[in-house]
Design a protein around this ligand. Sequence first.
Ligand code: HSE
Length: 319
Amino acid sequence: MRLKNNVHSVTVFAPATVTNVSCGFDIMGFALFQPGDEVRLTITDRQGVTITSIEGGNGKIPLVAEQNTAGKALLSMLQALDLPFGVEVEIFKKMAIGTGLGSSAASAVAAVWALNQFLEEPLNKEELLPFAMEGEKLTSGQQAHADNVAACLFGGFVVIRSLQPLEVIALDYPSELHCAIVHPQLELKTSDMRRILRQQIQLKDAIEQWGNIAGLVIGLQKGDFELISRSLKDVIVEPVRGKVIPGYQQARQAALEAGALGSGISGSGPSLFALTTSAEAAQQCAQAMAQFYLQLNLQCDTYLSPINPHGPQIVQIED
Ligand code: HSE
């Protein structure tokens, strides 16, 4: 594996992601423009991965590479490619952790995309995905999930058709789609929010859910907003998680009344998303949800974004 000889340091931004999108637990997701994380890698002769600083994250993110999502992803890529160098890593968390916006995935994706820039023949996104997933496994407990890393790395709206073998499908979607995010300032661990889920489901629920998944995919491909709206419903996961997210039902209802096509839990929560057909409608939904949380005395961050088709972006390359 040959290295570019003029690259000393690379900084990459990788975006937040909304996953599950109500009916597609663990198999669907899309990327936002903001927020996101940045990772800066500097090449060194010292083998391995040395995390030198983490800005943001409230001191809760481990500096030990093996326990850090970006560090673990980098270690697996350095080892698999047998790269003859090491990297120093600076992580700039631009979003809170435990939000349901794929913060750990964003750091892992930014890290592998940055490392890829040192290679004379960079890997493609399909080849990079398993390394990013190695990092993400640290957050999920037993079961790996690829929806955050895939949406972050590929950008746009994706379906994970299969984990083994890993197969990601990019969906067409109407460009009018906008997303409102409201993050009530609580922190929920993905591993905890996975542990509370039922391992068995009723056949009638499965039937309703896969009807909705098919409807959502077809609605996105055809730009049929009515169909998208009817399909944004989860009868399996949100009913369980909704019980531990304060105000989930009412905030979701506030978004629907403000004109959302649909609204639900982003990833494992506590953030809620609402999908709309315009930036103005997204703004109204965010306001309606935020106002509701204020009544509960819960401060929240809001984000508005169309769907980001790009995935990670290089911020800076230094010689
Ligand atoms: N699909 C995952 C879950 C995403 O819902 O647990 C975690 O952010």
